[in-house]
Design a protein around this ligand. Structure first.
Ligand code: ATP
Length: 364
């Protein structure tokens, strides 16, 4: 079968990839171009196929159908040992009986390089991941974050063309995770190595990725930059999975939806007049407009009441109710300044604005 031509700027090209386990189809019709030096995250709920896709790229569990090209070379049928990548797993998978130095040197020793060259390279890597003082320790003598740095150094030791990361941070506690994700991102940028990371942590994906591949039930739901995915989710699934959304059932007509007596204009087009749709808006896009209900006749404004408020440090989480929405509560994140300016308390009436460019409409 002729293979797909590789575009000049793409380093990894996956075309129409499928993977089945017996009758179960774990991946269907996956196509993806990864640019040289790009940091890609596969993000999705448990069981959506992220790890299966990563393992197919690594040749650890080859695809049932479809092709993979890396740097212009068709690697679709190449065994894992002949592919050009380094990999880091969630469980650091270090050799417990080898020192940090020996763990990092392991892959290099198999390449038959001279000892002096290996020693120089290991010293370089130890400095790069900030473990120069721990060279002679054993894995058990290191913290989780330090062990994962060793695993990372080992993966990049042979300067692979591709770095594969399978939930590398999820075994670490929250503080270490946030710190290490910043370090890993910096290191990736410095090395310029094309990287694919599997994660189910949306914040991690938003913070680290150049582009995110959102997966669900074995298919790609959306590929985009973190801001594209967050601001313009392609489906209700993406809107719900990444960040929070208020969801309200309503009817679409001529670029707007009607909720009770209020008209909400939206920039979302392409729905049939009279269609039942789901309106979605993020809590931070629900804006306080004024106290009382004087402005409610204007489009994109709703009369509401504060039914609860929680101080969450950098903002207030507001629980609102609006007669227009019936029983559906509306969540809003207001800044501390806004709460102070409008002098808001539980039980107060207010008018909120839902800006047209933030009102998203999806088919139900
Ligand atoms: P998680 O975040 O929980 O690791 P994931 O998105 O990485 O999930 P995969 O491990 O890729 O999900 O699994 C995708 C689907 O394929 C799941 O339904 C899983 O049960 C199934 N699956 C994975 N490996 C096998 C296997 N060897 N045999 C049969 N089914 C498998």
């Amino acid at each position: 079968m002729p293979s797909a031509p590789v575009k000049p700027d793409s380093y990894l090209e996956i075309s129409d990839l499928w993977k089945s386990f017996g009758d179960f189809v774990a991946l269907r019709n996956i196509s993806l171009d990864v640019a040289r030096g790009e940091f890609i995250c596969f993000l999705g709920p448990s069981g959506c196929g992220k790890t299966t896709l990563l393992r197919a790229i690594a040749g650890l569990d080859p695809q049932s159908r479809g092709t993979i090209h890396q740097d212009g070379r068709d690697i679709s049928r190449l065994p894992a040992s002949r592919r050009d990548y380094g990999i880091v797993f969630q469980s650091y998978a270090l050799f417990p009986n080898l020192t940090v130095t020996r763990n990092i040197a392991f892959g290099l020793e198999n390449t038959g390089r001279p000892r002096a060259e290996i020693a120089t390279r290991v010293a370089e890597l130890l400095a790069l991941v900030g473990l120069a003082d721990h060279a002679d320790k054993y894995p058990a003598q290191l913290s989780g974050g330090q062990q994962q740095r060793v695993a990372l150094a080992r993966a990049i030791a042979i300067s692979p063309g591709l770095l594969l990361l399978d939930e590398p941070l999820s075994a670490l506690d929250a503080k270490v995770r946030v710190h290490l994700r910043h370090e890993m991102k910096e290191l990736q940028r410095k090395l310029g190595v094309t990287t694919i990371m599997v994660t189910h942590d949306q914040e991690e994906a938003l913070a680290m990725a150049d582009r995110i591949v959102v997966m669900n039930h074995g298919v790609i739901e959306q590929i985009g930059t973190p801001t594209e995915i967050y601001r313009d989710p392609a489906s209700l699934f993406v809107a719900d999975f990444i960040g929070e959304t208020n969801r309200i059932r309503c009817r679409y007509s001529d670029g707007a939806v009607t909720i009770g007596g209020s008209v909400l204009h939206t920039r979302t087009a392409g729905h049939r007049d009279g269609a039942d749709v789901m309106m979605a808006i993020r809590p931070e896009d629900v804006l306080p407009h004024s106290t009382g209900h004087d402005a409610v006749k204007r489009p994109n404004h709703l009369a509401a009441q504060v039914t609860g408020m929680e101080f969450l440090g950098s903002f207030w989480r507001m629980h609102l109710r609006s007669a227009e929405l019936g029983d559906t509560p509306l969540l809003a994140n207001f800044s501390m300044n806004a709460v102070r300016r409008f002098d808001l308390h539980q039980g107060d009436d207010l008018t909120v604005e839902l800006p047209p460019d933030r009102v998203l409409i999806f088919a139900q």
